[in-house]
Design a protein around this ligand. Structure first.
Ligand code: GDP
Ligand code: MN
Length: 381
């Protein structure tokens, strides 16, 4: 679960991380009223769960009540990057001297927490990593040993801070650690963490909570039920039809049944030199309509050149899968090569249906994966 900026900042504030004075508004009238109460200049910030709001027009500096009204109306009317805006955070504007990046996350392969910090804040960490990787400081924390003063010193020294500012950064870093543990978070990010004429202040917040731990945080569960988080279009479709979907950055669409087989299919494709475009698990006992929805979703994705469907029929019946495939292909006007490996319950019936629809059919998954990768290469140019 991803928290909104204003929710994250409330937590920051409770844990002693300085944030600008701010209030949440649900209408332009309220935004104006709150701007006046806080005092100009103020910053109006669209509360949406997409990044890069600044560039997309979701963050505006207002100097007068008229400007507050104009910008609030515009933000509520136009939304940000196609996402509608229901709340605006109105904040006292600050004078930024320098923008830092600071986050705490989990490094799963090292089984440690890791702080990432940079004095090149304000832009995405991915962008810093691509353009200036040496500007990122990493400090690993063994969760069993916990946080020590030397970790904090690495951070401040790495960022070139000393004196009062170093002390402030250490207090903030310590608070991030506490938030991470107390909230079962998998990411707590401040970008930018701003050095201002009044000290170091968190200007943005990004907190994601492990969904499996939500039951331990009744307050968050409640705010989630009051205000369901926005999902991507694909996630909405996946939720509605009951399959699991994760987008990746390759060009071969993958459909499998069961998380294990689907993961193994990704590995197989990678093994033969291909790049999976997604993880899509239709789950156990999928009927034709779910298969159809899954395939339709991948056919629509312009990045995908080939779809590889790998199903092992147990409680899932091959004839149901074949029917879903055929319906999706018949109703879609987008043509893409499809590689199907389908074995198990009602295999003969499924095979007959696919072959009479002219779909290439495999029983060996190595052969099928190899063929899918070759096709993608041919189409890739
Ligand atoms: P994001 O683009 O969605 O990550 O939104 P941020 O909250 O990080 O804001 C983007 C940028 O707006 C920041 O990097 C700052 O440069 C600027 N900004 C945000 N709040 C203030 C403020 O109070 N004063 C000034 N001068 N700039 C601000
Ligand atoms: Mn930001």
């Amino acid at each position: 679960m991803r928290l909104y900026e204003y929710e994250g900042k409330k937590i920051f504030s409770n844990y002693g991380i300085p944030v600008p004075e701010g209030e949440v508004a649900s209408s332009p009238d309220e935004a104006v009223e709150k701007s006046i109460r806080i005092g100009f200049p103020v910053v109006l910030k669209a509360q949406v769960l997409v990044g890069g709001r600044g560039k997309a027009g979701g963050i505006k500096l207002a100097r007068t009540p008229d400007e507050s009204r104009e910008y609030a109306e515009k933000i509520f009317r136009e939304g940000v990057k196609g996402v509608s805006v229901r709340k605006i955070l109105v904040e006292k504007a600050v004078n930024i001297i320098q923008e830092y990046y600071l986050s705490l996350t989990i490094d799963r392969s090292n089984r440690k927490y890791v702080y990432l910090a940079s004095s090149e804040g304000g832009v995405d960490i991915e962008e810093i990593a691509a353009k200036k990787p040496e500007a990122i400081i990493r400090v690993y924390i063994d969760p069993l040993a916990g946080l020590s003063d030397y970790h904090l010193r690495y951070l401040t020294e790495g960022l070139g801070l000393s004196g009062e500012h170093a002390k402030q950064l250490q207090t903030i870093s310590k608070a991030l650690y506490k938030i991470m543990i107390d909230y079962d978070a998998d990411l707590v990010e401040i970008n930018p963490l701003a050095l201002t004429d009044k000290g170091i202040v968190a200007l943005d917040s990004k907190i994601t909570i492990d969904d499996n731990a939500l039951y331990r945080h009744k307050d968050l569960e409640e705010s989630l039920s009051k205000d369901p988080r926005e999902f991507t279009e694909e996630e909405v479709i996946a939720k509605k039809h009951g399959f699991s979907f994760v987008s990746l950055d390759g060009d071969i669409g993958i459909i499998g049944n069961g998380a294990g087989l689907t993961m193994a299919t990704l590995d197989l494709v990678a093994h033969f030199g291909g790049n999976p475009a997604n993880f899509l698990d239709i789950g156990g006992g999928a009927r034709a309509d779910r298969v159809k929805a899954a395939l339709t979703l991948l056919l629509k994705d312009p990045r995908i050149k080939v779809v590889f469907l790998n199903v092992y029929g147990g409680i899932t019946r091959c004839d149901e899968v074949a029917r879903g495939i055929i319906e999706a292909l018949n109703e879609s006007n987008i043509k893409k090569p499809l590689v199907v490996r389908l074995v198990g319950t009602n295999e003969e019936e499924g095979r007959r249906m696919l072959e009479s629809a002219g779909i290439r059919y495999f029983t060996d998954d190595d052969e099928a994966a190899k063929y899918a990768v070759e096709l993608a290469k041919q189409l890739g140019g």
